[in-house]
Design a protein around this ligand. Structure first.
Ligand code: FES
Length: 121
């Protein structure tokens, strides 16, 4: 089946096919001059963040450890930096393990099997 996406929202940038991402892992990508990390959780939730850890500036987040945590009674997807294991929410970027700087996160939309990233954040 061939699907054409005719009216993609202007603020989104196409990144890849959803099936390009392995469940439970992240991948690094280059998008409009930025290194980003894009993730597919165990429940096929798609998230994107800066590839740069806000703790040290190391470009490592795509190799982080996906997980989840309960915040205010709700389960939220998280990523733990692979170096010093600071834990960040993937929906807001907030650091859950310290009073650290938030991770920059980007909205992700899945349309017709393709992933689109909000490029303006
Ligand atoms: S480099 Fe990410 S927590 Fe230290």
């Amino acid at each position: 089946m061939t699907t054409q996406l005719i009216d993609a929202p202007a603020a989104l940038s196409e990144l890849c096919f959803a099936d390009d991402l392995e469940t439970g892992w992240g991948e690094a990508a280059w998008l409009e001059g930025k290194q980003i990390a894009v993730y597919r959780t165990e429940h096929s939730g798609f998230y994107a963040s800066s590839h740069r850890c806000p703790s040290t500036g190391a470009k490592v987040m795509a190799r982080g450890i996906l997980g989840d945590a309960t915040v205010d009674g709700h389960r939220v997807a998280t990523i733990a930096c692979p170096l010093h294991k600071e834990i960040y929410r993937l929906d807001t970027g907030d650091c859950l393990s310290a009073q650290g700087t938030a991770l920059q996160v980007f909205g992700v939309q899945e349309l017709d099997g393709r992933l689109w990233i909000e490029a303006s954040k």
